[in-house]
Design a protein around this ligand. Structure first.
Ligand SMILES: Cc1cc2nc3c(=O)[nH]c(=O)nc-3n(C[C@H](O)[C@H](O)[C@H](O)COP(=O)(O)O)c2cc1C
Length: 212
């Protein structure tokens, strides 16, 4: 049975990113995979601390030696059949939780000794991005920019990366209670009702594809 690990890089445990990831999880399970869902924000960890223990000549390869909650998660991800990451966009980038995870996962596999990577396998990666920005802005600006991040997974983990973007998400349930006049709350809620179910379907399909 295939194992798919899903990682939520949003601090909010039950909002857009989580809903999309839970749907991807259902898709992976429907395809017959075993799943594990982890909220990165519940773990105590930092980005790469540059301890360089993973680069010592006598060190085991593809292993992060830093002692915190993330190292066992990295071990699990490197043994899984696929990983699906969900991240909101903060200031035009995936979150710090996503970045911290990426640094730790990829640096311990990266080779400074020629050959680029110590990772022997091929880890399929799904990334779910969700954001305030409208679909057109994602297509014209973010999509290309995020390919740089996706290419890091391909370089180090030989990943085929599949991305799903959920745009114009609902940020709060009741816009009348927040100083957010920049966003048209009514329009946003209407769009959310129409578009978000489609995004959930895309997330389910992504899970199904990686769970097969
Ligand atoms: C600190 C912060 C910065 C944000 N920056 C952006 C941004 O640059 N572009 C964007 O489209 N959305 C931005 N957003 C909106 C979130 O990406 C969006 O609401 C997302 O769906 C939140 O995911 P969540 O519901 O899982 O928390 C930002 C939100 C926060 C809290």
């Amino acid at each position: 049975m295939k194992k798919v690990i899903l990682l939520n890089a949003s601090p909010r445990k039950n909002f857009n990113t989580a809903k999309l990831l839970r749907e991807a999880e259902k898709g992976a399970q429907a395809a017959g995979a075993e799943t594990e869902y982890i909220d990165l924000n519940s773990l105590t960890f930092k980005g790469c601390q540059s301890c360089l223990a993973c680069k010592r000549k006598d060190a085991a390869r593809c292993k992060c030696f830093w002692h915190d909650d993330l190292s066992p998660v990295i071990d699990g991800v490197l043994q899984a059949d696929a990983v699906i990451l969900g991240t909101p966009i903060y200031f035009s980038e995936p979150t710090a939780l996503f970045r911290g995870f990426l640094e730790r996962l990829l640096f311990c596999c990266l080779s400074y000794d020629g050959g680029t990577t110590y990772f022997q396998g091929k880890l399929p990666v799904g990334i779910i991005y969700d954001m305030n920005a409208p679909q057109e802005y994602y297509e014209s600006t973010y999509k290309e920019k995020f390919k740089e991040i996706e290419s890091l997974f391909t370089m180090v983990l030989h990943s085929d990366v599949s991305a799903v973007a959920s745009c114009g998400t609902i940020q709060v349930a009741d816009y009348t209670k927040y100083a957010m006049s920049l966003l048209d709350g009514k329009e946003r809620l209407e769009l959310g009702k129409k578009q978000f179910p489609e995004d959930l379907k895309a997330a389910f399909e992504l899970g199904g594809k990686l769970g097969q």
